[in-house]
Design a protein around this ligand. Structure first.
Ligand SMILES: [Zn+2]
Length: 426
């Protein structure tokens, strides 16, 4: 009997480490339909993303992108993401309107013909859209992307290591005019310092780079529709995203990535030059935060918890939204519906009894001091006061006044830093 033994090569043998393939997509549809279309492909010099764990996911995300070698079907690179489009699908507007959203993903340039698959999931874990297209690395229509800005004055506000090994985080200005660039550099430095003051970022500072990218806007400030203030800014960001007043986002992802074309970057933080309160953070997409209000720095750290760490919000309301299905274990590492709790923080539990919403109102519980806080199962999280549980009484992912990430969030961020920088054993 013949045995055939096929030895797979490492993904690194099948990709070019001197070019990034930029994939621009449009996700469109309404509350119940999702379509994915390729808008264009571009290339950038250098590959600044992961060179370890390239064929493995750490988190499921709300969507995934996978690059496969066409001859062997081997996974060359994969990554998970969340998208504003999925959030919009649960808004009332999506029940009667179709909309389109830009999304950009960076993958290493394959050496040979490859396939890219993009998948989007709903809250019950089902695939709602899947799209596969071919990439010929010698395709003459893959455009070298050029930044429309002169970015000669990019400045590292923290450089932990070489860009090929460290995690590269670009901090970009939105609504800063040419005359306000020194303010931007100062805000960018404060942002990096603030993130690096939190564990586990502090201990991993040598694996993180923060580069300030001085993009100029025509006007100062950002658009605040509630006040009928509209500004001409580099990425046309605005408050009141999906009619939620504090939700500050940009829908112009193609412009954002064009601006960064000559910068080594994997993650993006956009600082908005405004004292209005708000922000947003989307896994492997971007953070956008208002830079000039008293909560700006705690908020940027919280939003980076979303965009970098894939962490969920641990806060909740009595009339919360149904963003999560209580019959499904959410993929975010810091909340649970108890459907698949063993995959979460079971191994870190210091207190096995569930602390219900009612228990948390008891005088004895109220009298607890911070040093008495234990990792447990506390009802309330992910916007719902019942049926979803968080690991700790409070956390940076719950409260802007709480000065640290809870132990479970710290472990999740550590794992993400390792996923980017250290080969994780099978
Ligand atoms: Zn937490």
């Amino acid at each position: 009997m013949m045995t055939s033994l096929r030895v797979l090569s490492s993904p690194m043998d099948l990709i070019r480490n001197d070019f990034t393939l930029r994939l621009d997509y449009v996700f469109s549809g309404d509350a119940t339909h999702t379509e994915i279309a390729l808008a264009k492909m571009g290339k950038l010099e250098g590959w600044w993303g992961r060179t370890v764990n390239m064929d493995r996911f750490l988190l499921r995300g709300n969507g995934q992108i996978t690059l496969r070698d066409s001859a062997t079907n081997q996974v060359l690179y994969c990554n998970s993401f969340s998208t504003l489009f999925s959030e919009w699908q649960s808004t009332p507007e999506a029940t009667h309107t179709r909309k389109a959203f830009e999304n950009v993903y960076l993958v290493p340039m394959p050496k040979n013909t490859a396939y890219v698959t993009v998948q989007i999931f709903d809250k019950t874990d089902c695939i709602v859209a899947s799209f596969t297209h071919v990439v010929h690395p010698d395709d003459i229509l893959i455009r070298p992307v050029q930044s429309p800005y002169t970015l000669v004055k990019c400045r590292y506000v923290h450089k932990g290591g070489d860009s090929r090994e460290a995690i590269d985080i670009a901090i970009v200005g939105e609504g800063y005019t040419k005359e306000e660039m020194e303010i931007f550099y100062r805000d960018a430095k404060e942002t990096a310092d603030q993130i690096l003051s939190y564990e586990p970022f502090k201990s991993c500072a040598s694996r993180l780079n923060f580069i300030a990218v001085p993009v100029e806007s025509k006007e100062s400030g950002v658009s605040i529709p509630l006040k009928n203030e509209w500004k001409q800014t580099a990425f046309s960001s605005s408050f009141s995203t999906f009619y939620s007043d504090r939700y500050l986002t940009t829908l112009h992802l193609f412009d954002l990535h064009d601006a960064l074309a000559s910068v080594p970057y994997e993650h993006i933080i956009i600082l908005a030059n405004t004292d209005n309160y708000g922000g947003g953070g989307i896994l492997n997409s971007y953070v956008l935060t208002a830079a000039h209000n008293r909560w700006a720095m705690p908020v940027v750290v919280h939003e980076f918890g979303h965009s970098f760490g894939g962490l969920a919000d641990e806060y909740f309301y009595d009339d919360g939204t149904d963003q999560y299905d209580l019959n499904v274990e959410p993929w975010e590492p810091n909340i649970t519906t108890l459907v698949g709790f063993q995959s979460k923080w079971q191994d870190l539990l210091e207190m096995k009894e569930i602390v219900t919403k009612a228990d948390q109102k008891l005088p004895a519980y109220k009298a607890l001091v911070e040093s008495d806080y234990k990792v447990g199962i506390y009802e309330g999280g992910g916007y719902l006061s019942e049926g979803i549980y968080r690991p700790f009484p409070t956390c940076r992912m719950r409260d802007n006044t709480y000065p640290v990430f809870c132990p479970v969030c710290q472990r999740a961020i550590s794992r993400m830093i390792d996923y980017h920088t250290v080969t994780i054993a099978e």
